[in-house]
Design a protein around this ligand. Structure first.
Ligand code: ADP
Ligand code: ADP
Length: 231
């Protein structure tokens, strides 16, 4: 059972002398209810792979499936809707709206989509990330770690098919980073969420069940956990 899958996925930027093969026939599954980390040196194609699978970027050849949906056949508007309805995002920069409270930030994507969050689910998510006493605060009144917890709760709120994190701990000190990674791991273990995280940090990757290594646009290795228990 896979939440997402890339098959023979290639992404080529530019042409002629400026041609760059960012992804070279990558085939990879993202199993449902698992925490996958994507690692590799700078320029190896991690962000490109994430962006293609998350419907943020088009690809040159191959196919991508999220849930039952093939992305290759979708128009821009349908891709936007797929991202909104099926995918949660956590970025290095927390990307919160400064004028909204923590709670308003958490529910914003669902408000935009015209969906009502499941109250019980929302409460459990907010409780899990330890934000119960901070819901009326604005981002400027929260620490970086607390802001990223808001972003984690926002990603979880809609119970998306899959959550993508792009260096989600890149702007955090190691303690706050460990907390956020712990929440992501708990969301997988306790809530059955599927998480895919791009990182160059081996400490962060150790929280995953599985690590996929990229080099020069190809998958060169795959490690299976539970590595996290040694952290
Ligand atoms: P990583 O996330 O592992 O650092 P990227 O996916 O960002 O790697 O990049 C993979 C390769 O694709 C690199 O060689 C990079 O220079 C190239 N690349 C990424 N984005 C673009 C772009 N918009 N135009 C041209 N080349 C790009
Ligand atoms: P980088 O990986 O280069 O540091 P970011 O992680 O900030 O860049 O963003 C990566 C890509 O994701 C960008 O192309 C941006 O357009 C897109 N993006 C950033 N924030 C969001 C968001 N909240 N929702 C959807 N797409 C986003």
């Amino acid at each position: 059972d896979v939440a997402a899958r890339a098959t023979e996925l290639s992404k080529i930027y530019g042409q002629g002398e400026t041609k760059v093969v960012a992804l070279d026939r990558v085939t990879v599954d993202f199993p449902r209810g698992r925490f996958t980390a994507i690692m590799g040196p700078s320029g190896s194609g991690k962000s490109t792979l994430m962006h293609c699978v998350a419907g943020l970027d088009t690809f040159t050849s191959g196919s991508v499936r999220v849930g039952e949906t093939e992305l290759g056949s979708l128009k821009d508007r349908q891709l936007t809707r797929l991202r909104r309805d099926k995918i949660g995002f956590i970025f290095q920069a927390f990307n919160l709206l400064p004028t909204l409270t923590a709670l308003e930030n958490i529910t914003l994507p669902m408000d935009i989509a015209g969906r009502k969050p499941d109250r019980q689910w929302l409460d459990s998510v907010i409780g899990m990330v330890g934000l119960s006493g901070r819901l009326e605060h604005r981002p400027s009144q929260l620490s970086g770690g607390q802001q990223q917890r808001v972003a984690v709760a926002r990603a979880l709120a809609s119970q998306p098919e899959i959550i993508f994190g792009d260096e989600p701990t890149g702007n955090l000190d190691s303690r706050s980073g460990a907390e956020v990674l712990g929440f992501l791991r708990n969301s997988v273990r306790e809530l059955g969420q599927t998480v895919v995280m791009v990182t160059h940090d081996p400490v962060a990757a150790a929280y995953a069940d599985r690590v996929v290594f990229l080099a020069d646009g190809r998958i060169v290795d795959e490690l299976h956990g539970p590595t996290a228990d040694s952290v």
